[in-house]
Design a protein around this ligand. Sequence first.
Ligand SMILES: Nc1ccn([C@@H]2O[C@H](COP(=O)(O)OP(=O)(O)OP(=O)(O)O)[C@@H](O)[C@H]2O)c(=O)n1
Ligand SMILES: C[C@](O)(CO)[C@H](O)COP(=O)(O)O
Length: 373
Amino acid sequence: MNKAVIIVAAGRGVRAGGDVPKQWRIIQDRTVLSHTLERFASFDRIVVVLHPDDMHRAAELEGCTCVAGGVSRDASVRNGLEALATDAPDVVLIHDAARPLVSEAVITRVVDALSAHDGAAPAVAVTDALWVGKDGNVDGTQDRTNLFRAQTPQGFRFDKILDAHRNYSGAAADDVQVARAAGLDVLIVEGDEANIKITGPDDFARAERHLGAGMDIRTGNGYDVHAFTEGDHVWLCGVKVPHTKSLKGHSDADVGMHAVTDAIYGALGMGDIGQHFPPSDPQWKGAASHIFLEHACKLARDNGFTITHVDCTLICEAPKVGPHHAAMKSAMATIMGLSEDRVSVKATTSEKLGFTGREEGIASIATATLVKL
Ligand SMILES: Nc1ccn([C@@H]2O[C@H](COP(=O)(O)OP(=O)(O)OP(=O)(O)O)[C@@H](O)[C@H]2O)c(=O)n1
Ligand SMILES: C[C@](O)(CO)[C@H](O)COP(=O)(O)O
């Protein structure tokens, strides 16, 4: 059986957002489209339908015939079919570029079914209850018997689907709708829950997980020192601790919070406090250190990481940290948006050795653990 595949990639991916349409976004070091094409590597003829603005990228798609798409998905499919018409294959599969996780098993089921049917398409049965909503409330329920969620690739005898598209007018959700309008029989074959269509922003992370990115677990460390100066208190891990001296620094000199902040930047591989908040910049003079820590936490979140744990050790002979330990844990947890059991603050002396032993300053080391699922 002579088979071809049409990959429709001419949409703009408005719902997915981002700087470039979703099929051009990079996941696992390659574009979504490249992952999708890889799934059809065994096909001799591959037509990729691109948006007219993207035709210059055709050179990236080695071995594919590229044609310009239309204003709707069905118009794009039609252009793809016409590109194959002069040397018609026996069957054609039509697949969304936005479904990079389609398995070989699903593709095979569709192809195999075409020896006995005009068309075949994968789907998964609806297993959740279905509601009818009105103004944000449940207004009714919908029987889910015989309801399926349609996927692609949708496969057809080529001459029949070409005719069907040529004679179809109006919008179509998919090619099965076009085929059925022409009276073709379409077999439902078993789909795959993993065969998601990247539609919204969260779908990229889902696709990456399926593509085997696995869990990204990072550990970062931070170290900081501040010298004592005259004063009557020190800031340690977000708590004002009365003392016979203060800590010298451009900001409030919260040495513990600085070490934790640097540990988070370290885990992200994104520099350190000095880089993000240069001491040469007067706006950070006397700044409360929670600004730095909040910035590091936001950077972690923006890059898809969850901070799962931080551990901070303060190294000093005095002041005594013990009485303030609970308040420090609580302050740090609040600033980072973590539960207290994910924050550790502890202290040690250096047995009167070195600069901390001579009470010339306070040192702090910290570790942060970040996870991206
Ligand atoms: N005029 C169009 C519209 C869509 N598609 C393709 O059809 C597939 C499924 O469509 P959808 O997920 O709706 O993609 P977009 O139209 O890009 O998304 P959005 O509606 O969010 O803009 C995608 O691979 C998309 O590139 C296409 O080739 N031509
Ligand atoms: C063709 C399709 O993928 C079947 O599920 C889907 O209908 C296309 O996506 P859209 O979001 O409806 O445009």
